[in-house]
Each structure stands twice: as structure tokens, then as C-alpha cells.
Design a binder for this molecule. Structure first.
Ligand code: UDP
Length: 277
């Protein structure tokens, strides 16, 4: 199922439920090319408006999940039918569960050496039979990256989870995805730290009232500088609601299994071409 893609201030977001996202990601595993899954929150919407390469990357990304509740609320407020939040940190374990069930091969890249080790242990305990075919901490020197890419490709991983934090992981994915033979590459931020138990998720009460971001801010005050994008985002949403500018109905369809639409000059994504063939 192809999710409905909307734009918030020109930044794409796919309106999709968590169940649909898991199924859609699985359809990517069966595709021919490496596809990315990236998350969008208010901070990234603000950044992408100033960073043309990030914006271009998001537009060419097969699945852009509405990670932050701010994005979901903004979409609804502006008249789109975005139903739910799809946090990357929750999608990743569900994809591991599906991988364990179907035998897909998983590679983990990112976080500190002790966190990545613990993440492997926890995932293997949680999902019996999960094939983790490789794991690498996220402090690899640029000179060693070609060897790292070869390692991932040699492991024949289907799913690669990249936990370098934002924007580092987006830059890494844009740079290396064309060289990767994986099928799905998801940027997962600080998810390994949560899985390894080094960072606590917000208590259920905070999550239920959509204040997980606030809990994170309280527990990691150094994030305050990142959160300065929030008032800017709220201001933009309110302004556009009342001026009815800057927010558009979808102007393009979702690329379905090719990260870069430029791979196909036909105007169809590779996946669409495959389907048509
Ligand atoms: N990280 C990494 N390599 C780097 C920089 C960061 O592997 O060069 C990891 C870091 O150890 C942490 C994650 O990236 O596990 C960043 O987590 P954060 O919560 O800041 O990410 P966010 O989800 O907020 O983007």
C-alpha cells in the first residue's frame, strides 16, 4: 500500500499507520534496490526548509515517517488526514520482529561500542531467531568507511539500522546508500541507547499525553538548543493556518522502492517500473 504523501512547508511526510509502515517496509525488502526510511519531527521540518540537500533527500526517500507528535498535530490542524505518530524507535523493533519471523537479515550500525553490544543481546533475547548478521559501533573513521560498507555488503543484510543521531545519520545515508546492497536502511537516532537501557523512554503517562519530547528535554537538558525549533514550527503552523499559504496538497507521489527518483528518467520509480514490467 502506497502511503499518502503530504507536504508541510514543502517537507514531505507520509501519512501512514505503524502497521502499514511495517508492511510497507517489508515490501521494500522484497524490492531490488536499497531504500531509506527517515523520520520527520518538527525540528527536521524547520531544518529541511533551510538545508536544501536534506530537503532533496527527504523528497527522494521512499518512506518518511511522522516521528514527532508535533508533525501529526500540525498535519491535522492544517487539514490533512494524518492518523497517527510513527516513531522510528518503535518501528525498528517491529521490523526486527518481522525479520525474526521471516528470516530477514539485520545489520546494526551506530551508538557506542558498549551500547551496540548490549543492543544485539537485547534484540536477540527479545526476538527469538533474529538473524543479526553484523553490528558496528558508530565511531568509525571516514577512512575506514569503505571497509565498513564492504562488511555490511558481505553480510548480505536485508535491513540496516543506522543510529548516528540526526543530522549525522541522514548525511551518512545520503552518502552511502547508493553503495549498499541492503534493501532497507532506517535512520533510528538514539534508539539503540533506549534498547540497551542507557536512556529511558518517557513514562507511559508522558507518552499518553504526547509529552515524550518534554520528558526527554527534562532528562537531557542539553537538548534545549535542538528544541528551539519547536516554537518556530508552531509559529509557522499557526501562521499558515490563517494565511493558507505554504502548505500544499500533495504535489508528487511517494517513490515506492527507489531512494533516488533520478535513477529512472521515465518519471516512474524503479519499483513502479519493476511492477509495470
Ligand atoms: N552517535 C554515533 N556516532 C557519532 C555520533 C553519535 O554513533 O559519531 C550515536 C550516539 O552514540 C547515540 C546516537 O548516535 O547513540 C545519537 O542519539 P540522539 O538521541 O542524540 O539521536 P536523535 O534521535 O536525537 O537524533
Amino acid at each position: 500500500m502506497k502511503p499518502q504523501r503530504i507536504e508541510i512547508f514543502g517537507v514531505p511526510v507520509d501519512c501512514i499507520t505503524m502497521d502499514e509502515a511495517v508492511d510497507f517496509a517489508e515490501s521494500m525488502v522484497k524490492g531490488q534496490h536499497a531504500c531509506a526510511i527517515l523520520a520527520v519531527n518538527p525540528e527536521k521540518v524547520v531544518r529541511a526548509q533551510q538545508d536544501k540537500s536534506l530537503l532533496a533527500q527527504l523528497r527522494n526517500t521512499v518512506l518518511v515517517i511522522p516521528d514527532g507528535i508535533g508533525v501529526v498535530f500540525a498535519a491535522r490542524f492544517l487539514g490533512f488526514s494524518c492518523t497517527e505518530r510513527v516513531p522510528g524507535s518503535e518501528l525498528m523493533p517491529l521490523l526486527c520482529q518481522r525479520a525474526a519471523l521471516k528470516g530477514y537479515r539485520v545489520f546494526l550500525f551506530g551508538a557506542s561500542p558498549d551500547v551496540i553490544l548490549r543492543t544485539v543481546q537485547v534484540l536477540q533475547q527479545r526476538f527469538t531467531g533474529l538473524k543479526i548478521v553484523g553490528a558496528q559501533h558508530g565511531y568509525v573513521k571516514e577512512d575506514d568507511m569503505p571497509a565498513m560498507i564492504s562488511k555490511i555488503n558481505a553480510a548480505q543484510a536485508d535491513l540496516l539500522f543506522v543510529a548516528l543521531g540526526s543530522p549525522k545519520q541522514e548525511v551518512w545515508i545520503a552518502r552511502y546508500l547508493p553503495e549498499l546492497k541492503v534493501k532497507v536502511c532506517q535512520g533510528v537516532g538514539g534508539t539503540f541507547d533506549v534498547i540497551a537501557g542507557r536512556v529511558k523512554r518517557a513514562p507511559l503517562l508522558f507518552r499518553a499525553i504526547h509529552l515524550e519530547w518534554f520528558y526527554r528535554l527534562l532528562s537531557q537538558p542539553s537538548r534545549i538548543f535542538r528544541q528551539t525549533a519547536l516554537p518556530m514550527f508552531a509559529y509557522q503552523v499557526l501562521k499558515s493556518k490563517f494565511t493558507r499559504r505554504s502548505v500544499q496538497q500533495p504535489t508528487f507521489s511517494v517513490p515506492t522502492a527507489s531512494v533516488s527518483r533520478s535513477r529512472s528518467d521515465s518519471g516512474k520509480s524503479d519499483h513502479q517500473s519493476e511492477k509495470a514490467a
